[in-house]
Design a protein around this ligand. Structure first.
Ligand SMILES: Cc1cc2nc3c(=O)[nH]c(=O)nc-3n(C[C@H](O)[C@H](O)[C@H](O)COP(=O)(O)O)c2cc1C
Length: 196
C-alpha cells in the first residue's frame, strides 16, 4: 500500500469523450518529459482512460493520482469515467448504510478540469471528483485547474493562465516528492491545498 521503493508512480486518469482533454493532458505530460532535458526522471507516468472501479486498488497502483476530465450532459462524467465516478462517490459518501471510508489516505492527487462555461454545470465532474478523492483521505497537492474552452476562441488552451500554472506547479511538486524513505517525515508537516 502507498509509496513503493523507486520512482514516484503517477497514474493519470483521463475522462474524455471527443479527445480534447486527452490531447491537453498528453501535451502536458510530454512537456514535463522535455523539461527534464535528459536528467534522470524521478517519476514514472501511466495514463489510462479505463481506470479500475476498485477505488482501494488505486493505493497499490500509484503514489500520485492525476485526474484530467471534461463534463457532459448536466455536469455528468464522460462515458468512459462514469463507473469510476460512481465508485468514488460511493467510497466518499458510503452507500446502502455503509459508512464512508478513508481508503485513499496516504495518496496525493490533483485534478485538471476541462469544460465550457456556457453550461450552468461548468466543471461539475472535475469539481466533484476532486472533492470526493479528498474525502476518501487523499491529500490535494495543487489547486485544481479549470480550463474553459470559451475562454477565447482564438487563444489556444496553452495560453490559459490556469493551464500554465497547473502544469508548472505539478511538474515541480512531482519532482520534489521525497524518496520513499523520507515519506514518514514528509507527510506530517505537509498541509493539503484547500478546496477553492
Ligand atoms: C452536450 C454537451 C454537454 C456539455 N456539458 C458540460 C457541462 O455540464 N459542464 C462543462 O463544464 N462542460 C460541458 N461541456 C463541454 C465539454 O466538457 C467540452 O467541450 C470539453 O472540451 C470536451 O472535452 P472532451 O473532448 O475531452 O470530452 C459539454 C459539451 C457538450 C457537447
Amino acid at each position: 500500500m502507498g509509496r513503493s521503493a523507486g520512482p514516484t508512480r503517477v497514474l493519470v486518469v483521463i475522462g474524455s469523450e471527443s479527445g480534447t482533454t486527452t490531447g491537453i493532458i498528453r501535451g502536458i505530460v510530454s512537456k514535463w518529459d522535455k523539461k527534464l532535458d535528459g536528467k534522470t526522471k524521478s517519476y514514472v507516468i501511466e495514463q489510462t482512460s479505463r481506470p479500475s472501479t476498485d477505488v482501494a486498488s488505486l493505493m497499490d497502483k500509484c503514489d500520485v493520482l492525476i485526474v484530467a476530465t471534461s463534463s457532459y450532459g448536466e455536469g455528468d462524467p464522460p462515458d468512459n469515467l462514469e463507473r469510476f465516478f460512481n465508485a468514488l462517490h460511493a467510497a466518499a459518501k458510503g452507500v446502502d448504510g455503509a459508512p464512508p471510508t478513508q481508503i485513499l489516505s496516504g495518496l496525493q492527487h490533483a485534478v485538471l478540469g476541462n469544460g465550457s462555461s456556457v453550461y450552468d454545470t461548468f466543471q461539475n465532474c472535475p469539481r466533484l471528483l476532486d472533492k470526493w478523492i479528498g474525502e476518501c483521505g487523499s491529500r490535494r497537492m495543487a489547486k485544481r485547474a479549470e480550463l474553459d474552452e470559451t475562454h477565447d476562441s482564438n487563444d489556444p488552451v496553452e495560453k490559459q493562465a490556469d493551464y500554465l500554472r497547473w502544469a508548472d506547479e505539478m511538474f515541480g511538486l512531482i519532482q520534489a516528492l521525497p524518496s520513499p524513505d523520507e515519506k514518514e517525515l514528509f507527510f506530517p508537516d505537509a498541509a493539503a491545498v484547500g478546496e477553492a
